[in-house]
Design a binder for this molecule. Structure first.
Ligand SMILES: [Zn+2]
Ligand SMILES: [Zn+2]
Ligand SMILES: [Zn+2]
Length: 297
């Protein structure tokens, strides 16, 4: 099993099971600990938005422009939130597996909408966007590859833009509202990953290597032997949930809920099936028979 070496910033546990998406969650406490760029480039399954989403973009655009020109940040954020909610529904693969949890979905839409609003209303960011556009227009190609100097000029404008938005978010305490409690560094890396996925095929080898180095998207991989897993059952979706020994909270990648695995599984009072309850839930309807299960911790 080939795995990126990563340690949890919260509990110190090392990652021992392969994540199914680029979002790497801790096997022991269930928080987002890393972004695996190799998985991101190898699973290009983030489906393109469908016609329904495109129609919404077109429909919302004038409303959004109106709000922006009127300086109405609240209304602008509201439009962005609506857009993100629909995008998440149309292209769940573009998001964390936690997108299946409605509470997460709402929180991430709020976070992303606020980020967009900060960019749209901030003088400095707007100017940097313009510079980015200019650098795009002056890109030059040598055969199928971008000419090195013109690419790095573009990258510089992207980095400045990204750093400015991230600094503003940090000042406003926005990272604390992110449902994955990302660090600034991790937020930046996820952003750079999108850029790198798009540009790597068009870069000369030297530039590709340099891009992975400056964006910190590389990382060290190791061949690990499969860990011993204990079989549990997700209390939300009823799916099998293999967990490592010593885990307290894990993410069910099938449904996106975080599941509490501190205690032994509880049995449904109706059908007797064992489940591990979703994190923080006081009651839970049984995923197999629908009966209400009281959760006593
Ligand atoms: Zn952890
Ligand atoms: Zn589940
Ligand atoms: Zn049941």
């Amino acid at each position: 099993m080939y795995l990126k070496k990563v340690r949890c910033r919260d509990c110190g546990g090392s990652k021992v099971t392969p994540p199914s998406t680029a979002y790497v969650y801790c096997d022991y406490c269930g928080i987002l600990i890393d972004w695996d760029f190799q998985i991101a480039i190898n699973s290009s399954e983030s489906a393109q938005p469908g016609p329904q989403y495109e129609a919404l973009c077109v429909a919302l655009h004038p409303k959004m422009e109106e709000a922006r020109l009127a300086g109405d940040m609240t209304r602008y954020t509201e439009c962005q939130r609506e857009l993100f909610s629909l995008h998440a529904e149309a292209c769940p693969a573009s998001y964390s597996p936690r997108i299946g949890d409605p509470a997460y979905r709402e929180a991430i839409a709020n976070y992303l909408a606020t980020m967009q609003t900060i960019s749209a209303f901030d003088e400095e960011t707007m100017q940097l966007s313009e510079e980015m556009g200019k650098a795009m227009r002056t890109l030059r190609w040598v055969g199928t590859k971008v000419r090195s100097d013109t690419f790095w000029k573009l990258f510089d404008t992207y980095r400045k833009h990204s750093e400015t938005v991230l600094s503003k978010c940090e000042e406003m305490g926005e990272f604390e509202n992110h449902p994955d409690e990302v660090s600034r560094e991790l937020a930046a890396r996820i952003g750079y990953s999108v850029l790198a996925q798009g540009w790597l095929p068009h870069l000369a080898e030297e530039d590709s290597e340099r891009l992975l180095a400056v964006t910190n998207l590389g990382g060290e991989y190791a061949n690990l032997k499969d860990p011993e897993l204990i079989k549990r059952h997700c209390g939300n979706c009823g799916g099998d949930l293999p967990v490592v020994e010593g885990a307290r909270r894990v993410l069910c990648e099938a449904c996106g809920f975080r599941v509490d695995v501190t205690a032994a599984e509880i049995s449904c009072q109706e059908c007797g099936a064992p489940i591990s309850p979703p994190d923080g839930a006081g009651t839970q309807s049984c995923p197999y028979c629908n009966a209400e299960i009281r959760i006593i911790r």
